[in-house]
Design a protein around this ligand. Sequence first.
Ligand code: 44T
Length: 840
Amino acid sequence: MPNASVRPKHGGRRTRRRRREDPARNELVSSSLESAQQCLFSQDYGPAFVHYLLVLNLAPEFKDFARESFRFTLFKWAEELESVGRIQDLFSCYEQALELFPADEVILNSMGEHLFRMGFRDEAAGHFFKALKLKPDYPEARENFYRVANWLVERWHFLMLNDHGRNRKYQQAIQKAVRGGCTTVLDIGTGTGILGMCAKKAGAAEVYACELSKTMYELACEVVAANGMDGGIKILHMKSLEMEVPKDIPHRVSLVVTETVDAGLFGEGIIESLIHAWHHLLLPPQSGESAPRDPAATGRVIPAGATVFAMAVECLEIRRHNKLCVSEVGGLSMAAADQLRSPVSCNTEPDDSMEPYTTERLSRLPGGYTALTEPLTVLCIDFNCVQELEGLSSRPVQRVRLPVVREGELDALALWFQLHLDEESSLSTGPHEDTCWEQAIYPEHSSKGFKLKSGDELIVEVSCRDAYLRLCGVAVLRAGQEISLGPRPDPRGSGGGSVPNPEAELCSALASLQTRPDVCVLECSEMALLNNSDYHRSFAAALAKLTSRLKAKSPILEDPAGDMTKAPLPADPLYVLDVSEGFSLLSLMAASHGGVKAYSSVEKSRQQEALRRLARANGVPEGSLAFWLNHSEDEQGGLQRPSREKLWSAIFLDCVETCGLVRQKLMEKASLARCLLEHGGRVFPHKMTVLGLLVESDTLLLESAVQGRRATLDFNIAPFINQFTVPVHVFLDFSTLACRHLSKPTELFVLDLMDANANYNNRDVRVQTTLTGRITAVPFWYDIHLDEEIRVSTLAPNSHWKQAAVVLQRPLEVTGGEWVRLAVKLHNSSISIEVRREDG
Ligand code: 44T
């Protein structure tokens, strides 16, 4: 701790006695305490907080006595500060509070919540973790921690550490290098420290490791110490690019080991890290021509290089997450929706607003995929050649031709690679390998509906302008003709391997700026939502039922002339509010029923514009659709009456997050919503059933926690990283999960959104097993009841929702036919399940 020695120390016996005898101090303490209490009473939280600070700093003996009131004051004051945007002041109050009460889990947790709301997710997660360590049975902190644990320790750490094949290959390559004379080693991006420990165990004289994530750095320190190597490995909490010799390490090293590669190979910055390492941290490379030099006097890198492959695929799952595939949504024509795009853009030009690729395990995509071309090598890179690394970003865009072997629609290019650890050994991240790796996916937007045919050649542009490897299918060669795939930037620009022309590049950049205002970016899950026809059809049907029922009830003012053949004069409209988070068409669907005034909670201006455009194209009168803007951070979460004298006819809640969890604060929102409904009005959905079944799935175990020591080369890592295990696994594709079903689907819980009294928090569910096996998890999903007859399942094949699963802390062996008891709990929208054998 940097400043511990200079901080004033309170509470020493001698000082305390002296203080007690100091009448002036005592006077100040008691008057301040009194002022604090008075201010608190009159809800004057700022001054109350300052008085408490003074009291507790002067008289720490009051800490126990005043703790509760102090906390209360802090929380109230912090709320006020947040509401007026005084964020700096807010955090400085918390810091002062934590100086007084460094081990107060309630303050830590609350500060975490503020941090989280402000978008500081890593820091928030760190606070929840500390709070939980201080008080393991503190449910609020536990729940908060579970929601954010993957920001601290990403879930792939578990997969990688459980991948014995990968660990073993790295270990062997490192062992060979160290025994061959590379005895000073730097592990870049050490994670839990495993590669550094391999080097030490192989006999390296000096091992250094760096790690930029604070949590991973702390974890590595714990792990290395637990394995008795804390004296032998120096771990630095920094990015390798900031390291210097001799400041951080005493001299250059003979071996760099690293696995800072993502599914797209370069996404973790390995090119930049290695260029820097060659210039500043590594000994000079073994030069090609001269006789081999002493390995201890030269530098090298593990992995030595990589070969990158690409192929074209047809895949409905990728398609429906990246482009609009339907012409109609819940009765609305989508003809005017051509500006909607997913945020993953396949373009060889860098664009900060777009992600260059997504990642998927192709073998696990629901519905599978069809390879339209053979895999082809698109790039080879030698990590031991700094000139090659440096040349990468200035390389002109290259064109490669992929021969088409099967007819199909071009949905995406998939990329993977072989990582050559040394001359003998390599790892593959390909779709056919049984590894933890995902492939990088470059969705094709421009080729809408274009079918590749056997015998065609797909022309793919490969570029590496901004440290990302980018792929883009640009044209098809068919019978000697080049067919361009969709609009491309000016061909005089950088494409086609031509020499870069700055003027042309500028022109094409300007051109793309001009075409961009109408582009509206949706998340992949939002795109899949639009493509979920069943959901919108069901919603439209339920809504039509409600509006016709309510309209029939409402007094229609008849034409004074009494002519019933004429349309009646418009009555007061029905007011409808959609509080869905993110993009939603539900309000527009409602507005398209005449006599409805619908409010949308869509916030982004481009998305609002897209909705207005769709409204116009569908003949929805202007004024029928409006945007509900006062929903931001008020206590009701956006739920207020439409106007002083009106109530809502319907309120739409989106109750399930794409990841498969119940949306946070759903029940609170539902009860507020109920109070704001007119007589006969409805909350949509009105009920949800949570369904689940018992499964045996090793995959889920491997993704949740490190399973023992064997996979981690006998190093003791599991207990440390497993502190970051969470019991609920999200974003699961249940349809492709490798598992055995040990029971039938069972109703776990019912959430009645129209009737608060019908809900319970704990439930015991008896389930009969259908097979003998080991229960390792309970995947769950929802039936969403829009009304008494109409419902939608989040497990439906075209669903935009994924599933979640509770992974058991201790798997349970069962025999087929046996009954088990599930203790299902719902606490603040989060589900926990314990499985017990039925007694007797
Ligand atoms: N895995 C992808 C990505 N780092 C591996 O902080 C494959 C995703 C994946 N530290 C499923 C499966 C898989 N200096 O802790 C991280 C990171 C750190 C650095 C210091 C640097 N220059 C860097 C760069 C990164 O290195 C660690 C490993 S990055 C590996 C990413 C299993 N989903």
